[in-house]
Ligand binder design. Sequence first.
Ligand code: ATP
Length: 238
Amino acid sequence: MTPLLEVDDLRVAYGKIEAVKGISFTVEAGQVVTLIGTNGAGKTTTLRTLSGLLKPLAGTIRFDGTPLTGVPAHQIVARGLAHSPEGRHIFPRLTIAENLQLGAFLRKDTAAITHDIQRTYELFPILGERAKQAAGTLSGGEQQMLAMGRALMSRPKLLMLDEPSMGLSPIMMQKIMQTITELKASGTTILLVEQNAQAALSLADQGHVMEIGRIVLSGTGADLLHDESVRKAYLGED
Ligand code: ATP
């Protein structure tokens, strides 16, 4: 079966700084794939390139059987690739419900949109309880839930999550990881960027370790979780 996403020898630069130096990986439908690595490894740059926000220097991206390279960002969303960015980028003055509506901005099926908003409230009850409040009043973890809920509102074939656990309390982080596990169980395909390697590898089918723009190690989540070099570098073991 052709993978849902195929990234081949992707290179991305900011001016003269090459942030991604030729990476290749695939995501099969139904899988959770994670990119882990320290600050500046090029993970966010990779996701931003996949969503069309940055233009690659070289390489190819194929999604759902067609090339994505050079396709504008809004068309990429329309093709089924949604991005929940690092730092969340919710609209703080709009209500929670309005933020979710915005995630469906390309859809016209009003009844189904309403249904999906209800589903989001089932996934994240706090969002339902506070639907009419300004999103800026949510805690960091709740804003993260909103960002994920909003990305899901486009009914994506692939959901990309950039550092969903960043800045969250351990309990909130657990809740977010639990939700990702639930989304996976319901068949959502996910590309997850995380600095919390332990959490990400525990739920990923496949993982790739990035260091200064390159993938230096790949394997199943379980393999990487038990790999000695990964344990030393990313799981804080001596
Ligand atoms: P982080 O977790 O800190 O976001 P990351 O693995 O996602 O790390 P990137 O944000 O993709 O890494 O950064 C990769 C490299 O590109 C870094 O060296 C970074 O300094 C550089 N970089 C990122 N954004 C820009 C930019 N707008 N202009 C110039 N260089 C940038």
